[in-house]
Design a protein around this ligand. Structure first.
Ligand SMILES: [Zn+2]
Ligand SMILES: [Zn+2]
Length: 600
C-alpha cells in the first residue's frame, strides 16, 4: 500500500475512534490499524453491543469531525505517566500495551507497532479525543478521503479466545469517491461470484464437519477436476514429463533427510507410533518422494533433464481459523513436477516451463505476471551459484515479454524462485504457480549423475507448479468465470428441453441423447412437467453452455435451434440451426480443442 494512503486510512481509524468516544462515552479501545482496503478499530463497548445498524450514526459523527478540520496534535509522555493516564482513564487495553512496552520493549500486537522508544511514547489528540499512537497521521481531519463503514464483527483481544471479546468496526477508505464506488461495485460482484456460493449452487463440491478443510468433490465438480488433470497430463506428456505416483505415508526419517522435519513437521498430520515403533508423516509435499525416485537407480547426464510429474494428494494441518472454502484447505493436489537438470540446463528448462505457463493461462483467459524472489538472508549453498542462477532467471524474465518485478530476499532458503501472479476479471491478484530452483535437497539426498567425463555430479532440482493447488485453482477459476465454465470444462454441455409428450418429439429427444453419448457430449434431457420458460431458466441457472428446445417444429424438420450462453461470444443475430449430428460433432470438437469462445 502507498504510504500516503496508509497514513490516511490509519488516521481514519482515529477519526472513527473519536466519533465512537463522542457517541458512546465510556468505551475501551484496543488497536486500530490500516488494512488493505481501509482500516478497523477493536473496541470494547462494555455492556453495550453495537451492530451494522449503528454504523450510519458513527459515519455521520465522523463526517462532522472531518468537517471540523481538527488537527492531529502530537505530544510525548514518559512511559510511567502514560501508564498512569491509561489507568486513570480506564483504558485497560492501552494500559496493557504500555506495560508490555515498558517491560519488554515490544508489544505482541502485530497490527500496531508502538515505536522503539520504551521510555517515551507519543500521543495524538483529535479535538477532545486522545489516543496512544506512534503515527504518522494526516495534518488535520479535513484531509481525510472518502470512506464507508462496512461491518461489525467480534474480535478477541490480541486474537486470543481466552481474552475478552471486543467489537471490530471495519471501514474502507479511498482518496476519491470514484475509487470508493469502484471498490464497492467490485465487492458486490465478488460476492455474486463467491466460489463457495457457486460451488453449492452448481453442486461442484461441499464440506462436512467430519473433515474440516477437506473438500468432498461432487459429480459435477469431479468432471471439472478430471478435465483439468487430463489437460495437465496431455500437455506434460507432450513435453517429455514422466508421471509418478508415490506413497502418501512415509517414515519420519524421510522428512529428516529432506529437511522438512525441522521446518514443517508441526504443520503435517502424523500417525501414532505403530507396533514397530515407527512414526509416519502424511505427505504434505511431493519433493521427498521425487528425490527417492531419482535416487532409485544410477543416472547419467543423458537422462537429464529428468522431468518427474505427479498430482498426488497432499495434507497440511492448516489452522482451523484460516480455512477458507477451496482457497485454503487441508487436503489438496498440486500439478507438481520435479525436474532434475545440470547447471547449464537451467535456463532452457525454465524457458520451457514458461511455454507451459503461457499455454495454461491463455486457455483460461487469465492475464499474468511474474515475481522473482532472490536470495534471502538465511540461505543454504554457495553464494556464487545463487548469483549465477538469479542472473539467468532475470535474463529469462527480460526475454519473456511479460511484466515482472523483483522481491529481494523472497527466495526460498534452498534457492531463488519465480512466482506466477494472475489478475482475474475483477482485477484481483492471486499467486498461483511457482517455479523454484533447489540446490539443497539433491545434496541432502546425495543424488548423483555421471557426467560426460565420467565424474559424479549433483543435479539441481526445479520444483514447479502451474495451477498451484488444483483446489485453489478451481476456486479462483469459478470466481474468474462466475461459474460459467468454457465448454470443455462444463459438467453439462448441452441441455435438451422437451416441449411436450409426443411420440415424434420423444423419438428426436432419444436420438439426440444417443448421439450425445456417441460423441462424448455431456447432455441432459429435461422432460419434466415444468413450463418451457421454466426449463430454459433452469438451463441458465445451471450455466449450461448450449441448449435446444425440441417440439413439433423440430421433430418435423429434424433441425435444432441452438441457444447459446451469452458469455460465449456467439452472434445473436445469426440463427443457429443444426442437424443433430452436426451439432454433436461441433460441440465435441469445441471441447476437444478446448476453445473458450463458441464457434457455433
Ligand atoms: Zn495513529
Ligand atoms: Zn517440490
Amino acid at each position: 500500500m502507498e504510504k500516503k494512503l496508509e497514513t490516511m486510512r490509519h488516521s481514519m481509524a482515529h477519526i472513527m475512534a473519536a466519533a465512537v468516544a463522542r457517541l458512546y462515552g465510556d468505551v475501551k479501545f484496543g488497536v486500530g490499524p490500516a488494512v488493505d482496503d481501509g482500516f478497523y478499530y477493536d473496541i470494547d463497548f462494555g455492556a453495550q453491543t453495537i451492530s451494522d445498524t449503528d454504523l450510519p450514526k458513527i459515519e455521520k459523527e465522523m463526517r462532522k469531525i472531518i468537517g471540523q478540520k481538527l488537527e492531529f496534535e502530537r505530544s510525548e509522555m514518559p512511559i510511567d505517566e502514560a501508564i498512569d493516564w491509561a489507568k486513570k482513564s480506564g483504558q485497560v487495553y492501552k494500559q496493557e500495551l504500555l506495560e508490555d512496552l515498558g517491560t519488554k520493549g515490544t508489544t505482541s500486537v502485530k497490527e500496531e507497532d508502538l515505536g522503539d522508544s520504551v521510555s517515551e511514547v507519543t500521543f495524538y489528540t483529535v479535538g477532545d479525543f486522545t489516543d496512544l499512537c506512534r503515527g504518522p497521521h494526516l495534518a488535520n481531519t479535513g484531509e481525510a478521503g472518502v470512506f464507508k463503514l462496512t461491518r461489525v464483527s467480534g474480535a478477541y483481544w490480541r486474537g486470543d479466545e481466552k481474552r475478552p471479546q471486543m467489537q471490530r468496526i471495519y471501514g474502507v477508505a479511498f482518496e476519491a469517491d470514484e475509487q470508493l464506488q469502484d471498490y464497492l461495485t467490485q465487492q458486490e460482484e465478488a460476492k455474486k461470484r463467491d466460489h463457495r456460493k457457486l460451488g453449492k449452487e452448481l453442486e461442484l463440491f461441499m464440506f462436512h464437519e467430519t473433515a474440516p478443510g477437506m473438500p468432498y468433490w461432487l459429480p459435477n465438480g469431479v468432471i471439472v477436476y478430471n478435465e483439468l488433470v487430463n489437460f495437465w497430463r496431455e500437455e506434460h506428456q507432450k513435453r517429455g514429463y514422466q508421471e509418478i505416483v508415490s506413497p502418501i505415508l512415509n517414515k519420519q526419517e524421510l522428512y529428516q533427510t529432506s529437511g522438512h522435519f525441522d521446518h514443517y513437521w508441526d504443520d503435517m498430520f502424523a500417525t501414532e507410533k505403530n507396533e514397530d515403533g515407527e512414526v509416519y508423516g502424511i505427505k504434505a509435499m511431493n519433493c521427498p518422494n521425487a528425490m527417492v525416485v531419482f535416487g532409485s537407480k544410477p543416472r547419467s547426464y543423458r537422462d537429464l533433464p529428468l522431468r518427474l510429474s505427479d498430482t498426488d494428494t497432499l495434507h497440511r494441518n492448516e489452522l482451523s481459523g484460516t480455512l477458507n472454502g477451496l482457497l485454503r484447505v487441508r487436503e489438496f493436489r498440486q500439478d507438481d513436477a520435479h525436474i532434475y537438470v545440470t547447471e547449464k540446463q537451467i535456463k532452457e528448462e525454465i524457458e520451457r516451463i514458461f511455454g507451459i505457463v503461457e499455454r495454461f493461462y491463455s486457455i483460461f483467459d487469465m492475464s499474468y505476471s511474474f515475481r522473482l524472489g532472490t536470495r534471502p538472508e538465511k540461505f543454504m549453498g554457495e553464494a556464487k551459484l545463487w548469483d549465477k542462477a538469479e542472473a539467468s532467471l532475470k535474463e529469462i524474465l527480460e526475454g519473456s515479454n511479460r511484466e515482472y518485478f523483483i522481491e529481494d530476499g523472497d527466495g526460498a532458503f534452498y534457492g531463488p524462485k519465480i512466482d506466477i501472479l494472475m489478475k482475474d476479471v475483477l482485477g484481483r491478484e492471486w499467486q498461483m504457480g511457482t517455479i523454484q530452483l533447489d540446490f539443497q535437497q539433491p545434496l541432502r539426498f546425495k543424488l548423483k549423475y555421471i557426467d560426460k567425463d565420467g565424474s559424479e555430479k549433483t543435479p539441481i532440482c526445479i520444483h514447479r507448479v502451474i495451477y498451484g493447488s488444483m483446489e485453489r485453482f478451481i476456486g479462483i477459476l469459478i470466481e474468474h468465470c462466475a461459474g460459467k465454465f468454457p465448454v470443455w470444462l462444463s459438467p453439462e454441455q448441452l441441455r435438451v428441453i422437451k416441449v411436450k409428450d409426443d411420440p415424434k418429439v420423444d423419438e428426436l429427444c432419444a436420438k439426440i441423447m444417443d448421439l450425445a453419448q456417441e460423441y462424448g457430449v455431456r447432455a441432459t434431457l429435461d422432460d419434466s412437467s415444468n413450463s418451457v420458460g421454466k426449463k430454459i431458466r433452469s438451463a441458465e441457472t445451471w450455466k449450461v453452455p448450449y441448449s435446444v428446445v425440441v417440439g413439433d417444429k423440430e421433430s418435423e424438420s429434424g433441425k435444432l435451434p441452438l441457444r447459446i450462453r451469452g458469455d460465449l461470444g456467439a452472434d445473436e443475430a445469426v440463427e443457429h440451426v443444426y442437424a443433430p449430428e452436426q451439432l454433436m460433432e461441433s460441440i465435441a470438437n469445441e471441447a476437444k480443442e478446448r476453445v473458450s469462445r463458441s464457434s457455433l
